[in-house]
Design a protein around this ligand. Structure first.
Ligand code: ZN
Length: 182
């Protein structure tokens, strides 16, 4: 039987960018936008505050876009400070590249295993699904989900009793499946 585990965000990730006022490199966004219309051109930014000194930074969402080329639905969401929009934009690689930011997902996600019932079985097949592209270490996920120490998980991999079609060392941010044989 295939078990489904879900990696899901619990809040917005921190934004990694150097603060010009202090030495911090982390900004927290509450999902607020600033929209500026000048003649027929629109700029829009996602606002974030330095976690150390509170300085505001602006992440460019729209840059001098002609009002008619912006989808009305997007404009509404920007004006409404739509909480889901900030999450979508931060996960967009184009937005991240344009603003030269990376994300810190520590403490911003959780693993839902649907309960521990399947952990007693001799062979466990698990499909791990990502509700957002959150980079996590599979070793850490499997340790947490199975209630094992990370060293034990690493030993199971070495012994060939924990197998997957993907590399389990390093980080992953997309769906994968693994099999654990006790
Ligand atoms: Zn600062």
């Amino acid at each position: 039987m295939l078990n489904i585990w879900v990696v899901a965000p619990t809040c917005l990730p921190l934004v990694l960018r150097r603060c010009h006022t202090c030495a911090s490199e982390r900004f927290r966004t509450s999902g607020k936008f600033r929209v500026n219309a000048h003649h027929k051109l629109i700029d829009a930014w996602l606002l974030a505050l330095c976690t150390a000194c509170g300085e505001t930074t602006k992440l460019t969402v729209l840059e001098r876009m002609h009002v008619r080329s912006v989808r009305p639905e997007l404009l509404d969401r920007l004006h409404d400070n739509d909480p889901g929009l900030a999450a979508e934009l931060l996960q967009d690689p184009v937005v991240r590249r344009r603003n030269r930011i990376a994300l810190d997902w520590d403490n911003a996600w959780r693993l839902d295993t649907g309960g521990p019932d399947h952990l007693d079985r001799e062979v466990i097949d698990v499909s791990v699904r990502f509700a957002a592209r959150i980079p996590v270490r599979p070793v850490r996920l499997i340790a947490e989900g199975c209630g094992l120490a990370r060293a034990e998980v690493e030993r199971l991999i070495t012994d060939g009793r924990l197998v997957a079609a993907v590399r389990l060392s390093g980080k992953l941010s997309g769906d994968f499946t693994f099999t654990l044989k006790r």
